[in-house]
Design a protein around this ligand. Structure first.
Ligand SMILES: [Zn+2]
Ligand SMILES: [Zn+2]
Length: 518
């Protein structure tokens, strides 16, 4: 039966538009002009999921991710020192790394992103466009474009309010003297040589682009040229490229009419916002979440799930606030559906959720339903105990974990403990922040003391929730009893349900804390 899942449908479309072939080239591309954030990652994730869908159809797939690092450094983002303004106009691959840990500004953000993507099982062939351009592999196509200047201008002018001027060329020159693109091409010889003058350093010179670096095609022509050069069958684009007459439209015409190639199958994808962090994500404002940062609070399969479960044309938000609990629960539901362990299931949506799950797993699908610890529960446990072995022991006692967990489960638990700890530390509201008390935090009177003794006696045997209410009642403390317990255990006025809390902490440990008051 034909799959209705979006990535499968794109795969179908690619095969029908491009014709049956043994293999397909799919591509994504990002300019590393600042933190490559989780909104930018939708570009790569869209291609990654289409890759999986194509592979499931039994075809070969080459996935190229271009680092468009030969693009100019346009402006200094908020988190970068203001002095970096001196590098505006240079390729981002030639701007120094402000933090000094990488070869260049561009590489700093590329590596951070690549590390994050790798954790999610996303491993495309990364293509460094500076290296490509400087090796002169694009020379023939640059020549084609330069000789088609009038035609390209005419194509672009169809969609422009103001026509491009007489001196316009589809290429720009990075001046070898000062490294900047504040140059003007004054003559082209019809072969490989451009003559230019530099407004920045005042030099006039020439470059043979079949032998020397420095000439780069402008964006729309560049995009079309690379589709043709690599034979790209599919590449998505954000909304900013997808408006009528926008770069996708014009690059497609240039691809056909200038480079005599068929533009790739396209898919527009929408924006991603953050929930729980102030403001809209914007690279230039610096209020963005990087991929490694996202991975620090979400399991890799849950990150993939968020992208996989949303159609590309739908906006979605990634929560860093307490809605994170729900995202984990939603993922667990999809996982249970996959393993036929869901209680309630809409039969019509079953195939969809199973496919979403297949797209979410990082590598192979586990043999059996993995352990599913609620993230909220893990948030508490990870704050109560610093020792992971103790947490695993507690999870066994609470029956979240069997006595002999699989390697897969243990791995997931350990990763999740790490995620829960960093979420509690960096993003959690006060109501989710707890630490077990080691000292007395208040002076109990007679009534309180009696209740504390009652509680110790109760938790020493098998007890139920009702027994706790009974102490509250017989002690005469009522609600005050629960408040006192939270005070003693957590130095807070409230907390998780007392029965759950005692079970989480463990009777022994609770007793130890209560005895501080006896
Ligand atoms: Zn660095
Ligand atoms: Zn110059």
């Amino acid at each position: 039966m034909e799959s209705l899942y979006w990535a499968d449908q794109i795969a179908e479309k690619i095969i029908s538009e491009r014709g049956k072939k043994e293999g397909y080239v799919i591509a994504s591309g990002i300019t590393p002009s600042g933190v490559v954030h989780i909104g930018n990652f939708r570009e790569e994730m869209t291609v990654e999921l289409v890759k999986r869908a194509l592979k499931d159809k039994g075809v070969e797939v080459r996935y190229i991710h271009s680092w468009d690092n030969y693009d100019r450094f346009r402006k200094v983002p908020a988190n970068v020192p203001a002095e970096w303004a001196q590098y505006v106009g240079m390729p981002v691959s030639k701007v120094p790394d402000p933090w000094g840990c990488h070869g260049s500004y561009g590489e700093h953000f590329e590596k951070e992103f690549e590390d994050g993507a790798k954790e999610l099982g996303v491993n495309p062939e990364y293509m460094n466009e500076t290296v490509e351009y400087e090796s002169c592999v694009y020379a023939e196509k640059i020549k084609t474009a330069m000789n088609s200047t009038e035609k390209i201008k005419e194509i672009l002018n169809r969609f422009r309010k103001e026509d491009l001027g007489n001196s316009w060329y589809p290429a720009t020159v990075y001046c070898p003297e000062c490294g900047k693109d504040e140059t003007k091409i004054i003559h082209y010889d019809g072969k490989y040589t451009v003559y230019y003058e530099c407004n920045s350093c005042g030099k006039t010179n020439q470059i043979n682009f079949s032998e020397e670096p420095g000439v780069k095609l402008r964006w729309r022509t560049d995009w079309a040229m690379r589709w043709a050069h690599h034979g790209v069958d599919f590449e998505p684009g954000g909304k900013d490229h997808s408006s009528p007459g926008g770069s996708r439209d014009t690059s497609s015409i240039i691809c056909r009419e200038i480079f005599d190639s068929f533009p790739p199958t396209y898919q527009v994808y929408n924006n991603i916002s953050l929930k729980g962090t102030a403001g809209k994500m914007s690279g230039s404002k610096g209020n963005v979440v990087s991929l490694p940062e996202l991975n620090s609070i979400y399991l890799p399969e849950v990150v993939r799930y968020m992208y996989a479960s949303t159609r590309p044309k739908t906006d979605f938000s990634i929560p860093t606030d307490d809605e994170i609990f729900k995202v984990y629960e939603d993922f667990y539901t999809a996982e249970r559906i996959y393993f036929n362990a869901a209680k309630e299931i809409d039969k019509k949506r079953e195939a969809h959720w199973k496919r979403v799950y297949e797209m979410s797993v990082v590598e192979a699908i586990p043999d059996a339903l993995p352990v599913q610890v609620p993230f909220k529960y893990m948030t508490y446990l990870s704050q109560f105990y610093a020792d992971n072995d103790v947490i695993i022991q507690k999870l066994k006692e609470s029956k979240h974990l069997g006595s002999c967990p699989s390697e897969y489960d243990l791995n997931r638990i350990l990763k999740q403990i790490k995620c829960a700890r960093s979420w509690a530390k960096k993003y959690a509201d006060e109501e989710y922040k707890f630490s077990l008390q080691k000292e007395k935090v208040f002076e109990p009177d007679e009534v309180h003391l009696n209740a504390i003794h009652e509680l110790i006696a109760t938790i020493e045997k098998n007890f139920e929730e009702n027994d706790l209410y009974l102490i509250a009642k017989t002690s005469g403390l009522g609600k005050e009893f629960f408040k006192m317990c939270y005070k003693i255990l957590l130095n807070k006025d409230r907390g998780p349900k007392l029965l759950d809390l005692i079970n989480m902490i463990g009777a022994e440990k609770v007793k130890e804390i209560l005895e501080l008051y006896c």
